[in-house]
Ligand binder design. Structure first.
Ligand code: ZN
Length: 406
């Protein structure tokens, strides 16, 4: 670590209370995704961050797409000769209605070195860490070559169009690399499953329930297709098991059909959640499923079904072991903590998909554990938050390029 890097580490250590304050202030805003009135709280989040960034001389900008939400970005400008590293995540949270909460979910509380509250780990703690990183970089007396950008988006928890997709569409966030501060227990997520959601619609022919032989039962036909999907094996859908992501999976998730207990149902539909591993092509897998259903229809003229794609489909993403962002993060972890960073995989790309689709290396690394989120008594370890800020700062200085301020 050089002198400038050591200085940044000192600023972050000294800023521990400030980091806790920012995270606590963010937790205090009930920015619950999908709740009526959420827009008002998103606005409040953006205003709060704008005020905090203004205090450290960084200009922020709200990116609003009515009626769904207000996102926020801010940029620590370099001198224009280096690469841009973006960091951040989402500031919407899931509801906190569980009766098991031992603290007020929207009033952060410290217990045993951990910050408790809704969003502590998912992911207002991570956003506070990104803010602290930029504060330390802004105050350390080092001039960066490239920019460090802060991104905070809405609509992640409900998967709507008002968040990261909108930010990307504005063209105001096209970094060279991105670190998502979602909770990973301080492991680097270098592999992401691909995903496709399908709806299979089965048509039958209605008839009186007392004379089922005169109709075609869509629910029974759907059951035959579900059984067929469950029997597909490695010969039909080929893949190589991934050390972080395991294998390909398919989950039959929702089903609906039929109108009355005494009628033969003429319609039934069900949804399928497919998750892919590296090396698989989602088109090929969907074609296998369509082909198998076509084979069934050919053998049974009463079986009439179609497969509809109801999500954006993505292939899995896996970073090579020597990818620069992985190496820089690993080295930063080693220097800030004294131990090697572990790598792991995620079940989906989430908000990182936006960057992957543009060919921008985007990893996830952050404090907090996935095991404590979306339930009562969510928390984030404060020591991990401080360490994460140090790691982000070291990574930023190396990716953006740092020199002494003149
Ligand atoms: Zn999250």
């Amino acid at each position: 670590m050089n002198d400038a890097e050591k200085k940044v580490m000192e600023i972050i250590d000294a800023g521990r209370d400030d980091l806790i304050r920012i995270a606590s202030d963010l937790i205090a805003v009930p920015s619950v995704s999908g709740k009526p009135g959420a827009g008002k709280y998103y606005e409040q989040m953006a205003d709060y961050l704008d005020g905090e960034f203004a205090k450290i001389g960084i200009k922020g900008e709200k990116l609003s797409l009515p009626p769904g939400g207000t996102n926020f970005i801010a940029s620590l400008q370099g001198c224009g000769h280096g690469r841009t590293l973006a960091m951040g995540g989402h500031y919407d949270v899931v509801p906190a209605d569980e009766p098991e909460w031992e603290t007020d979910p929207f009033k952060a509380e410290i217990r045993n070195g951990c910050l408790f509250g809704r969003g502590a780990a998912d992911m207002k703690g991570g956003l506070a860490v990104c803010f602290m990183t930029m504060k330390a970089l802004a105050e350390c007396g080092v001039s960066l070559q490239g920019d460090v950008q802060f991104i905070a988006s809405v609509d992640e928890e409900t998967g709507g169009p008002y968040g990261i997709d909108y930010i990307a569409a504005t063209g105001k966030c096209v970094p060279d690399m991105f670190i998502n501060a979602e909770q990973t227990e301080m492991k680097i997520v270098t592999a992401f499953k691909g995903c496709a959601w399908l709806r299979v619609k089965v048509r039958g022919r209605s008839a009186h329930g007392g004379r089922p032989e005169t109709g075609v039962n869509a629910v029974v036909k759907a059951a035959e297709i579900i059984r067929m999907l469950g029997s597909l094996d490695g010969r039909e859908i080929t893949y190589k098991r991934d050390p972080f992501l395991n294998g390909f999976s398919m989950n039959i998730s929702c089903i609906s059909g039929g109108q009355a207990v005494n009628a033969v149902p003429d319609e039934c539909s069900f949804t399928v959640d497919c998750r892919f591993v590296p090396g698989q092509d989602y088109n090929e897998v969907i074609n296998v499923i369509r082909g198998k259903i076509a084979e069934m229809s050919a053998a049974d003229p009463d079986l009439d079904a179609e497969v509809e794609i109801i999500s954006r489909c993505t292939n899995a993403v896996r970073f090579p072991a020597d990818a620069e962002l992985v190496e820089v993060l690993s080295q930063s972890i080693r220097e800030a903590t004294g131990h090697d960073g572990e790598q792991c995989g995620f079940l989906a790309a989430g908000d990182n998909g936006v960057f992957h689709r543009q060919g921008i290396p985007a990893l996830v690394f952050g404090p907090g554990s996935p095991a404590v989120i979306h339930k009562a008594n969510e928390y984030c370890n404060i020591d991990d938050m401080v360490e994460a800020a140090k790691i982000y700062a070291l990574a930023a200085m190396r990716i953006c390029g740092a020199g002494q301020k003149v």
